[in-house]
Design a protein around this ligand. Structure first.
Ligand code: SAM
Length: 237
């Protein structure tokens, strides 16, 4: 999987290097990241990348010419998608992260100011993605959020592959509560079933807790979780 990012602030992506999982994935070449500086494709001697919107209104828009030049400078792989970061896009999710992890190359375009000349989105972008219903100053954080979530689905990126499948949302619902040492702290004890060593009972308890937690916090996810757990129980019989 190769990520190409087009951004006016390439140094923002240095923040990713705080994650050991990410740096190891780069070293092992499970992922590749190339950040393209939009400024270097700017127009004229002043490398202009933005201009005022036709018809008036607040702020500036990213101009077409630098965006298209930056995009066309990128060598395309066989399966490749151009994704634009936008609060108007499809909401990013665990399912979408998993689907996108199957593509060879994702080109992520980070907006700034008031966003993009609409012609860029209409003619050069495959899909716009939003990371949630709020407006950020730029597309760099959304691009990093997406790369982090997508790369977790790539083979060899996570140490314990199983942790991905058991994560909240991967199984449809929310993960069960977890505890670690000490067994008792200021009178708060870990439940006996988790100390029992009985794997069948522990698994049953976890499924029940996962369903209860999903019902309480995310009832919209419950149906798909129960369907998956029922499938699991049948398989185990
Ligand atoms: N004027 C735009 C609008 O109303 O739709 C918002 C522009 S926003 C201030 C600047 C840039 O930040 C956007 O072009 C986009 O790349 C990025 N951005 C902001 N919020 C985002 C979100 N929720 N998801 C993805 N990208 C976002």
């Amino acid at each position: 999987m190769r990520f190409d990012v087009i951004s006016l602030f390439p140094s923002a992506f240095e923040a990713l290097s705080v994650s050991k999982i990410w740096t190891q994935a780069l070293e092992k070449k499970s992922v590749e990241l190339v950040v393209h500086d939009l400024r270097s494709f700017g127009v004229g001697p002043h490398k202009i990348v933005d201009d005022a919107p036709y018809g008036g209104g607040e702020g500036m828009l990213l101009k077409l010419e630098p965006l298209v030049a930056a995009l066309e400078s990128i060598e395309r792989k066989k399966s490749s998608l151009v994704l634009c970061m936008s609060p108007q896009g499809e909401t990013f999710s665990q399912g979408l992260a998993q689907d996108l992890s199957k593509i060879d190359q994702l080109i992520l375009i980070c907006g700034r100011y008031e966003g993009f000349d609409e012609r860029f989105i209409e003619h050069w972008v495959d899909q716009c993605i939003s990371i949630g219903d709020y407006v950020l100053t730029g597309g760099e954080l959304p691009a990093m959020v997406m790369m982090d979530a997508i790369s977790r689905h790539l083979p060899g990126v996570l140490g314990a592959e199983q942790s991905l499948h058991n994560d909240s949302l991967s199984r449809g619902g929310l993960k069960y509560p977890q505890y670690t040492r000490p067994e008792s702290f200021r009178g708060h004890k870990v439940l006996k079933v988790l100390l029992s060593g009985h794997h069948g009972n522990i698994e049953l308890w976890r499924q029940e807790k996962s369903e209860l937690r999903t019902l309480q916090k995310r009832p919209d996810l419950l149906e798909s979780l129960i369907a998956k757990n029922t499938g699991l129980k049948k398989l185990k019989k």
